[in-house]
Design a protein around this ligand. Structure first.
Ligand code: FES
Ligand code: FES
Length: 397
C-alpha cells in the first residue's frame, strides 16, 4: 500500500466517461469532490455526504458506488461513469427517456443517483418486480416521487430483457483535456501551500459560472509566433492588462497579482494560476485561476486559449472563460462583467500580437483605465439597446 502524507498531493489517473484524465489531488479529497469541483461533472449530486442518501451514486468499474464515501485516490486506474456519461440530451439512454416519460421526478435532485442506481440494478440482471422498491431503496427521494421512478425502471426492464444498453457517451469532463490527456501536474513541493501561502489546488466552484465569455480576435502574426507567446507564461502574463507574475512555483503553477478597477470599485487580487492543459500540437491551453482581494472579493476562472493559423498567414486567437465571482466584484451584473471581460481580452490579444511580432514581452503597462473601461462597456451596451429598439420600431412600421 502506498502511503501519502496528509499534506501532500498525489497524482491520480482516472477514466471518466471514457476519457482518461490525470490530476493532482489531496489524499482526503473524495471522488464526488473531484468529479464536481475538479472535472466540472456536477450531475453527480451530493446530499448527506455520509453514504445515506445515494444522491452521489456513480459507477466505479461498472458497479454502483457512493462517490462521497470514496477517496479519489482509492480510484486510481478505475473507470468511472457519471450520469453525464449515461446519455446526452440528444441521445438519451432508455432509462432517461423512461424517467422523462413517467415524469419520474419532481425537483430532480435525486434523479442522477436514481438513474445510476437503476442502471446498476438492470445491468446486473437482478430485476425482480416484486423486490424493485426495495432494490431501489438505496437512493432517497425527498419529493416522494417513487411511483414514477419505479414505473420507469420497470418499463426499461421489460423492454430490455436481455440487459439494459450500456452508457451512451464518453462525455468529456469540463476540465479534461481535448486530447484526453489532460495533466494537472503535482506542484514541485508536493505540499498544500507554497511558502507564500498560495493553495496548491485550485478548486473551481461547482454550479453555473457568474459569466461565460467566448471571444475571438484576428491577429496579424503567424500561429507559431503567437503560440510561442502563449507557451511562455512570463510573456503571457505580461500581456494581461494590469497583471504581473510574481513567482514560478513549478509544476505549471504560478503566483501573480492583478489590479482590476471597475468604476468606483478598485480591487487588488493576489492569486494562483495552474496550467492544466498545454497542447503544442493543437495550440490549445487551459488554465485554472483563482484570486482574492482583501475586501473579500474572489474570482475563480477556467480559461481556454486556442490559436488557429489562417490561410492569410495570420492567427485567430480564441478565448473562453467560465468566471465565478463573489464579494464586491459580483455586484456587477453578468452583462457588464461580460462586456468588460471582452474588452480586457481585446487588449490582451493586441499585446499578444505585439509580443509575437517583436519576439519580446510587451512593455509593462498599467491596467486599463477603470473609468474608460466601464464607460466603454456601458456605451457599447447602450448602443446595442438603442439599435434593438430602432430595429423593433422599423419591423413594426
Ligand atoms: S451524498 Fe453520498 S450518499 Fe448521500
Ligand atoms: S425528485 Fe426531488 S428528491 Fe427526488
Amino acid at each position: 500500500m502506498t502511503h501519502i502524507a496528509a499534506d501532500a498531493t498525489a497524482e491520480l489517473t482516472l477514466t471518466v466517461n471514457g476519457r482518461e484524465t490525470t490530476l493532482a489531488v489531496a489524499p482526503r479529497t473524495t471522488l464526488s469532490d473531484v468529479l464536481r469541483d475538479r472535472l466540472g461533472l456536477t450531475g453527480t449530486h451530493v446530499g448527506c455526504e455520509h453514504g445515506v442518501c445515494g444522491m452521489c451514486t456513480v459507477l466505479v468499474d461498472g458497479e454502483a458506488a457512493r462517490a462521497c464515501l470514496l477517496f479519489a485516490v482509492q480510484c486510481e486506474g478505475a473507470e468511472i461513469t457519471t450520469v453525464e456519461g449515461l446519455g446526452s440530451a440528444g441521445d438519451q439512454h432508455p432509462l432517461q427517456r423512461a424517467f422523462s416519460h413517467h415524469h419520474a421526478l419532481q425537483c430532480g435532485f435525486c434523479t442522477p443517483g436514481m438513474l445510476m442506481s437503476s442502471y446498476d440494478l438492470l445491468a446486473g440482471g437482478t430485476y425482480d418486480e416484486a423486490t424493485l422498491a426495495e432494490d431501489m431503496s438505496g437512493v432517497l427521494c425527498r419529493c416522494t416521487g417513487y411511483r414514477g421512478i419505479l414505473a420507469a425502471v420497470a418499463d426499461v426492464a421489460v423492454a430490455h430483457p436481455e440487459g439494459v444498453p450500456a452508457p451512451r457517451a464518453a462525455v468529456p469532463a469540463a476540465l479534461v483535456g481535448r486530447s484526453g490527456s489532460a495533466s494537472a501536474a503535482a506542484p514541485a513541493s508536493g505540499h498544500d501551500e507554497d511558502a507564500a501561502g498560495a493553495p496548491a489546488e485550485i478548486t473551481v466552484p461547482s454550479g453555473p459560472p457568474t459569466v461565460t465569455v467566448e471571444v475571438e480576435e484576428a491577429l496579424a502574426s503567424p500561429v507559431e509566433d503567437v503560440w510561442a507567446v502563449l507557451a511562455d507564461f512570463e510573456r503571457l502574463a505580461a500581456c494581461l492588462p494590469g497583471a504581473e507574475m510574481t513567482a514560478d512555483l513549478g509544476g505549471g503553477r504560478y503566483r501573480g497579482a492583478a489590479k482590476v478597477a471597475l468604476g468606483p470599485v478598485s480591487l487588488a487580487f493576489d492569486g494562483l494560476a495552474h496550467v492544466v492543459e498545454h497542447d503544442p500540437a493543437a495550440h490549445v491551453m487551459r488554465v485554472l485561476a483563482q484570486g482574492a482581494d482583501r475586501g473579500g472579493s474572489s474570482t475563480h476562472a477556467v480559461i481556454r486559449l486556442a490559436a488557429d493559423g489562417r490561410e492569410d498567414g495570420g492567427t485567430t486567437l480564441r478565448a473562453g472563460a467560465d468566471v465565478h465571482l463573489s464579494g464586491r466584484v459580483a455586484q456587477f451584473g453578468r452583462a457588464l462583467a461580460g462586456d468588460v471581460s471582452r474588452r480586457l481580452f481585446e487588449q490582451f490579444a493586441a499585446s499578444v500580437d505585439e509580443a509575437a511580432r517583436t519576439g519580446e514581452a510587451p512593455a509593462p503597462r498599467s491596467g486599463p483605465s477603470p473609468v474608460r473601461l466601464v464607460l466603454a462597456a456601458l456605451r457599447a451596451r447602450l448602443r446595442a439597446v438603442l439599435r434593438r429598439r430602432r430595429d423593433a420600431r422599423t419591423a413594426g412600421s
